[in-house]
Design a protein. Structure first.
Length: 229
């Protein structure tokens, strides 16, 4: 197996690295919850190894910036490139979803005084400055930063969460809306299922577009592509 350079940031990147004995991973930022990767890990400037036979771009599905950096790095290195982006969530019959293009658009659809649970992350919170609502934002661990919005607070919590847990939490905090990006995958699904059970509204922020090029949605498809290069 030739060296495969992985642009990480997603669960798919982690699983792909475990399947490839000669992988090297680049992460857009240091992990908030460090993991013992089974291969060398880079941060900072991207350095595609000279021995790399391909670049697999698999950052968080909403991280278009890292995807663009990875595709550009593959182009500079002159090696084949594949993007791995998991499928987004789709609304079901009883879901009450409103689709947004940008985080800031939430102020146009969420009514004043509503109680909102968001998982946009610290970087997304300032984009909600015009939102006249009480915002609860989940974070993985405490830090020294102040809550950046006028109304609301951080909730220190680390998943995975189950559907029944999410139901209890949403009831306890009297949540009216969920506000999140369309990351897809199983990790965030329980809160969406709980919101459906309780009849809550969901504001779903679209992903920023990734660059053009070969793309798959699963690790199995990525491994088959690598077998053919």
């Amino acid at each position: 197996m030739h060296t495969v350079f992985i642009i990480g940031g997603s669960a798919e990147a982690w699983r792909l690295a475990r399947a490839l004995p000669e992988a090297v991973v680049w992460l857009p930022e240091a992990e908030r919850v460090p993991r013992a990767w089974p291969c060398p890990v880079q941060t900072g400037d991207i350095q595609v190894p000279a021995a790399a036979a391909a670049v697999v771009v698999a950052p968080h599905p909403c991280d278009a910036r890292a995807a663009c950096l990875g595709v550009a790095a593959a182009r500079r290195a002159g090696v084949p490139c594949l993007q791995v982006q998991r499928r987004g969530w789709s609304a079901g019959r009883n879901d009450r979803w409103t689709f947004l293009r940008l985080e800031a658009d939430a102020a146009q659809v969420i009514e004043p005084g509503a109680r909102v649970l968001t998982t946009l992350g610290r970087g997304g919170l300032p984009k909600l400055a015009a939102l006249n609502a009480h915002v609860l934002a989940r974070r993985l661990r405490p830090d020294d930063g102040n809550f950046p919005l006028k109304y609301g607070r951080f909730i220190d919590a680390r998943g995975p969460f189950h559907r029944a847990q999410e139901q209890r939490f949403l009831r306890k905090e009297r949540i009216d809306w969920l506000l999140l990006r369309n990351a897809g995958g199983p990790g965030g699904r329980p809160k969406l299922d709980a919101a459906r059970d309780l009849g809550l509204r969901v504001a779903m922020v679209a992903r920023s577009p990734w660059p053009g090029g070969a793309r798959v949605g699963t690790i199995q498809e990525a491994l088959r592509w690598l077998d053919q290069i």
